[in-house]
Design a protein around this ligand. Structure first.
Ligand SMILES: [Cu+2]
Length: 500
């Protein structure tokens, strides 16, 4: 056991690029036998795996004249759709044909720390030119996904800037779905580059209620930094935009028939961006968020998704034509963020009609104002930005602590079976899609209003806004909490929960 831990530690230090991992043995202890357990599991499972995922650099044809080289699963983007059955154990071999250690994170699933795919929790790396076999029981049912979970830092070809994203669907034991067919859409940008300012949508979250104290604090910090002559911290922009790895107009259209009810499973697979999606003349009836059914279906004019969020929505095909389903941001759509929806028997050029601006109010999907159980404990969290503080990158803090190699110690302690509330206060002007590993949470307060019944694993916390989420500590082991925006998580925006 000690041997495996030491060798992993040595290997991690040798790899050099993985922030936070080298202190793992010291901070979380060497008495776990994760590596040897996984080997045992491989031996016991024997025989071939149910699935094999191979990580390798491959060309991806976004359009006939736009072929990018990026790291993929099985040479394709997105990675293959994995359809699991809830409660039926699966064995997956993950091969890493790259020169760097990898982590494959099973986003939204209640798995163990050995399988989850986060070095910060103690998951062993998939070594360069090596492989790892994982075995787990998929749950909960619904729309999940898998993606890489390594620090990219300043390397725009690493982490989720690459093509390491793929959808998972866990079939429920009973499927009550009232639809004719399913279509999976993964939204993802390619060819990233740094910039000094963003053009990220900011004003779509509703209501726009902000907290003056947070605003004062964030604005004062920014003013002080700029007064000292600091530039704005780096942001990331992209050259190419795609749905299912094809730029608008380059891939096969979605072919539909009038009257069909199509269930779209939409994933924002971006490393850093927030996306919108609209289909002219049609509405979306949202039935699940992050794979979890909402209390009752809600019809909206379009969707907004923070990084790593998923929405499952039924579109009734009742407006024949050839349409562009795409991002409402003209520039992003014109650079590829869209897909053609083609009704049978219709001809002509795909049409885009800009929708009226629509807002995104999480509370509309829940039970407005309904009571939720009182938590056993409330954790207060304040998120803050230190402008351009780390080599030109913004540094991010939770309660004034930036997660880093020397700050790997768990910040929050939970007891199994207890219910916790995270009161998240954003003292920055950026939107943060916040993610909790290995657990789901319930939205209990979104800006200005109480809510219940919406179960998610990512939620956007708007600039200077406050959001509360509740979760039950029901999956022991170190649990990572972080902003899913790669530039934020890589520069401090993480914390660990430990079970005590
Ligand atoms: Cu963030």
């Amino acid at each position: 056991m000690l041997g495996s831990c030491f060798s992993r530690r040595k290997f991690v230090i040798g790899a050099g690029t993985l922030g936070g991992a080298s202190l793992l043995c010291q901070t979380v202890g060497c008495n776990r036998s994760a590596t040897s357990q996984s080997k045992d599991a491989a031996l016991q499972a024997g025989g071939p795996a149910d699935y094999t995922l191979t990580i390798a650099v491959k060309p991806v044809e976004l359009a006939p004249n736009r072929i990018v080289s990026t790291t993929t699963y099985n040479g394709q983007f997105p990675g293959p759709l994995l359809r699991f059955k809830e409660g039926k154990q699966v064995t997956i071999d993950i091969n890493n044909q790259t020169d760097t250690p990898e982590q494959l994170h099973w986003h939204g699933q209640f798995v163990s720390t050995d399988v989850d795919g986060a070095a910060e929790e103690g998951t062993p790396f998939i070594p360069p030119h090596g492989s790892r076999r994982v075995t787990f029981v998929p749950k909960p049912s619904g729309y999940r996904f898998y993606h890489t979970h390594v620090r990219a830092g300043a390397n725009l070809s690493a982490g989720q800037y690459a093509g390491l994203v793929g959808p998972v669907y866990i079939e429920p034991k009973n499927n009550p779905g009232n639809y004719d067919r399913e279509v999976f859409l993964t939204l993802k940008e390619f060819e990233p580059a740094y910039s000094r300012g963003g053009d990220m949508a900011m004003d779509f979250l509703s209501p726009a209620t902000t907290v003056q104290e947070l605003k004062d604090s964030g604005e004062n910090a920014m003013k002080a930094s700029l007064a000292k002559g600091a530039p704005h911290g780096f942001e990331v922009g992209y050259e190419s935009f795609s749905i299912n790895g094809r730029m608008l107009g380059s891939g096969e259209p979605i072919r539909v028939k009038q009257g069909e009810r199509v269930l779209f499973h939409v994933l924002n697979g971006s490393a850093t961006e927030i996306r919108s999606l609209a289909l002219p003349g049609h509405t979306f009836t949202v039935v699940a968020m992050d794979g979890n059914p909402i209390p009752k279906p809600v019809t909206v004019p379009g969707l907004w998704l923070g990084t790593a969020e998923r929405v499952s929505a039924i579109v009734e095909m009742n407006h024949p034509g050839i349409w562009i389903m795409g991002d409402t941001a003209n520039d992003d759509r014109q650079h590829g963020m869209g897909i053609v929806v083609e009704y049978a028997g219709q001809k002509g050029k795909p049409q885009w009609v800009a929708p009226k601006p629509f807002h995104w109010d999480y509370a509309q999907f829940g039970n407005r104002g309904a009571a939720v159980p009182e938590p056993d404990q409330v954790f207060e969290m304040t998120f803050a930005k230190q402008n351009a503080a780390e080599g030109g990158f913004n540094r991010w803090t939770i309660n004034d602590v930036a997660f880093a190699e020397d700050h790997m110690r768990p910040m929050f302690r939970v007891k199994q079976g207890k219910r916790y509330r995270l009161r998240m206060r954003n003292a920055s002007d950026d939107i943060h899609p916040i993610h909790l590993h290995r657990h789901s949470f319930e939205l209990t307060r979104v800006p200005g209003q109480a809510t219940s019944g919406v179960i998610k694993d990512v939620v956007m916390v708007g600039g200077y806004q406050e959001v509360a989420i509740d979760f039950v500590a029901d999956n022991p082991g170190l649990t990572l909490f972080h902003c899913h925006q790669q530039l934020h998580m890589d520069f401090g925006f993480m914390a660990l929960f430990e079970y005590v």
